[in-house]
Structures are given as structure tokens and as C-alpha cells.
Design a protein around this ligand. Structure first.
Ligand SMILES: *Cc1c(COP(=O)(O)O)cnc(C)c1O
Length: 357
């Protein structure tokens, strides 16, 4: 039996999109692929609210995170971590020999603009990385507040991990001044895993020229060059099935559902889970004012067995997430992202309440 996924990626994929994955192949050095790529880029620019260049990678989002921190750090990067995925930025830098400092907060709390200010004021950094929506803790950072502070340091390259929020929450890349914004297909975009997307500014690309060791596969400058010079192609063979499906799904997001309605639906579902959690005697893990609209991390104050609950949910055709690593059993997570509908979420919440009675 297929379990309805209420985990923070991969998510359930609409039938029409699954079908698009069986479109017959086309060559990756053809006009047809360039046209497809151009169509996807135009649509992603609308989704990201940007005029910047769009890059696709046939990897999950971590690949582009690795490529970004390596391609643009000539001196030293600072990573503002609010959880597991923030720490990943630092691990990626270290694994690539990129000098990095990590500013980590207590889990459940956000990155504050004054902290960003304090680090950038040292003048030590040419790159800083932020997690928009931390999937381990359910914290959603305030990018607007960080963007305000960043105006004092316009030369620093700003990288944003928007893997679990882009497509579910409005992120106005150009207005915020984000240099590199990254997302994956298997979260709010509602596609299977295996592809990721980024927007990148020309000035970041220009800056990256002085970085000598940018690797090969995730070298942002190489990806950019192929998109620009050989219009809309990639250095290596892309996941063409993902491209067919992404193009179709972007039509659905932008035109059928509409961006604003999509954001409202995510917000509504987040509110449903938050009030359900509190009414059921649990508490919310993320600090008030910084709670994610795409995934809710619930403090297991009732000390139920989350593993057992998930097993029983599985028998009914549902799946939620236990807490992330050390938060296992101390928290559990309910994702409300992509094309999940409020009625489906309500059915899950009713079922859990019945089971823990
Ligand atoms: C899922 C996730 C990642 C990792 O993305 P992959 O596509 O699995 O590589 C990174 N950051 C956040 C916030 C995520 O939720």
C-alpha cells in the first residue's frame, strides 16, 4: 500500500507529473532540449522573483550547496546555522578545504540579523550562508530582516538554502538581494527527488573567477558558461525526465494554482498543524514568530512513542517523520508542503488524535 507522505521530502507527486516522467527521450544537444531548458528557466525566474540566471543540476540540492560554497569563497565563508542543514553548509565547506566559521544558535531559535551584522562587520568574510527554512527544527528565518543588515555589506556574496521552502513560501530573490538561492525538486515543488535549481547573480559569477579550485561537476562558473554560451544546455547529460516534469509542474504552480494561492494554502496548513498540536497537549519546537509554513516540528511533551505511532499510521496508509537525529522521539515532524491539500492534512490530524487518545 502506498503511504501518504507527510514527511519533509520526498513528497507525494501528482499523477500528471509522474506521467511526464515517461515522456520519450530527446537528445541533450538538441534545439528541443534548449527550448525546454529556456522554458523552465523563464518559469523558475517567476517562481524565484528574479531576473538572475537559472542553473539546474541533476543532483539533489546538497550538490548545488557544495558547488556554491566552493565556487564563490576566495577568502573565508561564515555559515549561520540553526540546525542540521545549517551545519551541512559548514561540513560542505570543510570537506572542500574552504575556510569557514560557523555561527550556530540553540536549536529551535532563528538566525538574528544582529548576529549576521556582528560577523560581517569583521570584514573577514566574502561569503555568508543562511538556511531559510530549517527542516530539522521547523524554524523559518526572517530573510527580510537579514537582507536589511546585509545592505551594509553589499560586496559579500549571500547564499541561501531554500530547499524546503521555495515554492511553498514567497521568497523574492531580487528584492532581498540573494546572490545564490538553491532549492530541490522533492520538497515544495512537488516532484520526485533528483534535480535541484539555483538562481545566481552575474556579480557572484564574476567574483568566482578568482577561485582556482572550483571542482568540476558543481562548478557554478562552468554551469553558467554552458547556459550562456551554448544557449540553454548543460556540461553533462541532465535528467531529461525531470526537465519534462518540472516544466509541467511549474505551469501548474504558476498558472493553475497560482503563486499567492499556493503560499496561502501552505500557511493555512501550517496554522492547522500548530493549533492541532497545542490543542492535543503538545508544544511547538520552533520559537514563536519563526515557525515554518512547510514543516512543523512538534515537541513530544506527552512522551508518546513516535516510532510506534508511525508504525500504526503506516497500517492506515500514512507516514510522518520522527525527530531529526538527536531530536528523535523528543520531537516529531509533520510536513505540509507541495501539493498536499488541507483536507488530507485534517484526515491525518484526526487519525493521530484518535491513536494517541
Ligand atoms: C532536504 C534539505 C536539504 C538537502 O537537500 P537534498 O535535496 O536532499 O540534497 C538541504 N537543506 C534543507 C533545508 C532541506 O530541507
Amino acid at each position: 500500500m502506498h503511504k501518504k507522505l507527510f514527511i519533509p521530502g520526498p513528497v507525494d507527486v501528482r499523477e500528471e507529473i509522474l506521467k511526464a516522467f515517461s515522456t520519450p527521450m530527446i537528445g541533450h544537444r538538441t534545439r528541443d532540449i534548449s527550448a525546454l531548458q529556456e522554458s523552465i528557466s523563464d518559469k523558475l525566474r517567476r517562481l524565484f522573483y528574479t531576473g538572475n540566471t537559472i542553473l539546474l543540476s541533476s543532483s539533489s540540492g546538497t550538490g548545488l550547496m557544495e558547488g556554491a560554497i566552493r565556487s564563490f569563497t576566495a577568502r573565508r565563508a561564515v555559515v549561520f546555522s540553526v540546525g542540521a542543514f545549517g551545519n551541512r553548509w559548514a561540513q560542505l565547506a570543510e570537506a572542500n578545504g574552504v575556510p569557514v566559521d560557523k555561527a550556530e544558535v540553540e536549536w529551535g531559535t532563528p538566525t538574528l540579523p544582529e548576529t549576521v551584522d556582528k560577523y560581517l562587520a569583521t570584514g573577514k568574510y566574502d561569503v555568508f550562508a543562511v538556511t531559510h527554512n530549517e527542516t530539522s527544527t521547523g524554524v523559518m528565518n526572517d530573510l527580510g530582516a537579514i537582507a536589511e543588515v546585509r545592505k551594509k555589506y553589499p560586496e559579500v556574496i549571500w547564499l541561501v538554502d531554500a530547499v524546503s521552502s521555495m515554492g511553498g513560501v514567497k521568497i523574492e530573490v531580487d528584492k532581498l538581494g540573494i546572490d545564490v538561492c538553491i532549492t530541490s525538486t522533492q520538497k515544495c515543488l512537488g516532484l520526485p527527488p533528483g534535480m535541484s535549481c539555483a538562481s545566481v547573480t552575474d556579480r557572484a559569477i564574476e567574483y568566482g573567477k578568482q577561485v582556482e579550485q572550483r571542482g568540476f561537476y558543481f562548478d557554478f562558473l562552468k554551469l553558467y558558461k554552458f547556459v550562456k554560451e551554448k544557449p540553454y544546455q548543460y556540461p553533462t547529460t541532465p535528467s531529461i525526465p525531470h526537465m519534462f516534469a518540472l516544466d509541467k509542474q511549474l505551469d501548474y504552480i504558476l498558472n493553475t494554482e497560482g503563486q499567492e494561492r499556493r503560499y496561502e494554502r501552505h500557511e493555512k496548513m501550517a496554522e492547522m498543524v500548530r493549533s492541532w498540536a497545542v490543542d492535543s497537549g503538545f508544544a511547538l519546537f520552533a520559537a514563536d514568530g519563526y515557525r515554518s509554513n512547510t514543516v512543523t516540528t512538534i515537541r513530544n511533551t506527552k512522551e508518546i512513542s513516535v516510532a510506534d505511532l508511525n508504525k500504526r499510521l503506516g497500517e492506515k496508509g500514512y507516514m510522518i517523520s520522527n525527530g531529526y537525529k538527536n531530536l528523535k522521539e523528543k520531537t516529531f515532524r509533520i510536513a505540509h508542503m507541495a501539493d498536499r491539500q488541507p483536507e488530507e492534512l485534517q484526515a491525518l490530524l484526526d487519525l493521530i488524535r484518535e491513536m494517541i487518545k
